[in-house]
Design a protein around this ligand. Structure first.
Ligand SMILES: NC(=O)c1ccc[n+]([C@@H]2O[C@H](COP(=O)([O-])OP(=O)(O)OC[C@H]3O[C@@H](n4cnc5c(N)ncnc54)[C@H](OP(=O)(O)O)[C@@H]3O)[C@@H](O)[C@H]2O)c1
Length: 132
């Protein structure tokens, strides 16, 4: 469990997903950002506030269907996001790093000739931050 790491990055409250299903409590959220896209809009809907938004990082047919249907209706929404490489965004990220508002977590550092191992580490789904 990475609770200590997450609190160090600024999280006020941490839920261990191995121990507790956050959708099965009475807590309601304005935004659920599913960074590893391990849940679905259907599962998370009940944990959203009336105008809450579920956002994932994996553009599947299912999420597009939910985006389409929830856009037409009032209330809870579904959304997805794709990273695009734009110079102004990179400049903005550099500024956040410079001012300390954004912290980068490096799990392990690999020499260039071990790039295969770095990619394998990243693909485990357990990396604590990035591998370089
Ligand atoms: N949309 C885009 O443009 C875009 C771009 C890049 C990546 N992605 C997507 O973003 C996701 C994250 O990628 P990544 O390479 O940064 O990380 P990753 O290697 O997939 O994530 C590793 C971290 O996620 C945690 N984790 C795994 N399953 C979890 C769950 N069910 N609930 C909460 N935390 C969980 C792990 O913690 P534990 O070890 O404690 O499980 C570990 O700290 C991937 O699904 C990838 O496809 C999207």
């Amino acid at each position: 469990m990475n609770a200590g790491l997450l609190k160090g990055l600024g999280a006020d409250h941490v839920i261990d997903y191995h121990e507790q299903d956050f959708t099965a409590t009475n807590e309601r959220y304005d935004i659920i950002f599913d960074a590893v896209s391990s849940r679905s809009f259907g599962e998370c809907k009940k944990a959203l506030t009336r105008h809450g938004v579920y956002v994932n990082t994996l553009p599947t047919p299912s999420i597009f269907w939910h985006i389409g249907t929830t856009t037409l209706l009032p209330g809870k929404k579904a959304a997805t996001m794709m990273v695009s490489q734009r110079a102004e965004d990179v400049a903005w990220i550099c500024e956040q790093l410079r001012t300390g508002r954004l912290k980068v977590v490096i799990d392990k550092v690999f020499p260039l000739d071990q790039v295969k191992d770095a990619l394998a580490c990243s693909r485990t789904g357990r990396a604590r931050g990035r591998s370089f």
